[in-house]
Design a binder for this molecule. Sequence first.
Ligand SMILES: *Cc1c(COP(=O)(O)O)cnc(C)c1O
Length: 362
Amino acid sequence: MGGTEQNYVNEAFDTNWIAPLGPNVNAFEQAIKVELGNSVHVAALSSGSAAIHLGLELLGVGKGDDVLCQSFTFSASANPIAYLGAHPVFVDSELDTWNMSPGLLRKAIESGIEEGKKPKAIIVVHLYGMPYKISEIRAIADEFQIPVLEDSAEALGSSYNQIPCGTFGDIGILSFNGNKIITTSGGGALVSKNKAYAERAVFLATQARDDAPHYQHSNIGYNYRMSNVLAGIGRGQMEVLKDRVNARRANHQYYKESLDQFEEIEFLKEPNGYFSNRWLSCILTPSFEIREKLRLALLDQNIESRPLWKPLHLQPIFSDTKHFVDGTSESLFDRGLCLPSGSNLSNEELERVVITIKNVLS
Ligand SMILES: *Cc1c(COP(=O)(O)O)cnc(C)c1O
C-alpha cells in the first residue's frame, strides 16, 4: 500500500457507504480517467475478468460466435469467451513485443471469412506490460471491421507513442487484482471512448435494473460493480502508480545491467515509441534445460520464479480449440522465466537473485 488508502477506506466507513457504489467509486473512476489522458469513460468493476465478460457482450459476442484471442496470455483473457457460449480461436505471438502477430491475425480472419464465419471480436493483450503492435493490429481490425477488446490488465502505466495503454481498443479492460501493478485486492475496470459502452457496462454490472419504481428487468444482469470500500484502496493506489512503475522499471534495469554480460540471457527490448511498465521482469534463455537449471537454482535459494505464461492453445481445457500458431509462444514458454518483480524488492534481494543466476552461468 502507498499510505493514503486507509483514509479513503475509513471515509467509506465513516459515511456508511459500504455498497457497490459511492463517492470512492466515482473518485476512483475519475482518477483512472485522468491517468488515461481524459479520453475514455470508465466503469469500475469487481474484476478484470468481469470487465472482459461485459466487454465481449457489449461488442455483440454471443452463443456460437468465434472470438480471436492472443494465445500467449493468462487464461482469464479467454475464459469469458466460454462464459458467453462463444468459441475462442487462438493466435500466436511475434518476437518484438511477445504479443499477437499481425500476420497470423490476418490469416485467422481470412480463414474464418472463407469458412463463412467472420470472427466477432479480437482480444489482444499487452503482456507483462509491453504494448502490442498497436498500429498494425488496429489497421487489420479496421480493414475487416472487427472490434478490438484491449486486455490492459497488466499494462496500467504503459504507453505507445505517449498514449496510455487501455485507450486503444474499442473497449479496454484493466485489472486491480492483488498481483497487478496497483491493486484494490480484487477489482477491474472497463474503459472506452464510447460513453454508451461504459454506461451500459454499469447498467449490466448492477443487475440490469430498468428505470422503474419497482424492480423491473428487460435484460440478464450481473453483480459486477466495484465496492465503495475497495474503490477507496484504488484511490490511494492511483496516487502511487508512477512510483510503482518506476520501481518495476528499476528492477528490470538492474537485472539487465547485472546480467548483460551473459549471452545466455536475453531481455525484451522496448521498440521505438514503446513504454512498458515492466510489470514483471522476464528473461529468455537459449533452451528449456537452461531455463529449468536457473529456476531450480533460484528455488534452492528459496527464491520464487516462474515460467512465462503457458500458451492457451496448449492448455488442456482448450486442447481442441482452433488456433493459428507458428511456434513462437511455445518457444517463449519453454525458454522464458519471470524473475522476482515486486515493487518493494530491496537491493539486497535483487542482488541475491542476480548472484544465484551468475553462479549457474559462470
Ligand atoms: C489478471 C489478468 C486478467 C484478469 O483480471 P482479474 O482482475 O484477475 O479478473 C485478465 N487478463 C490478463 C492478461 C491478466 O493478467
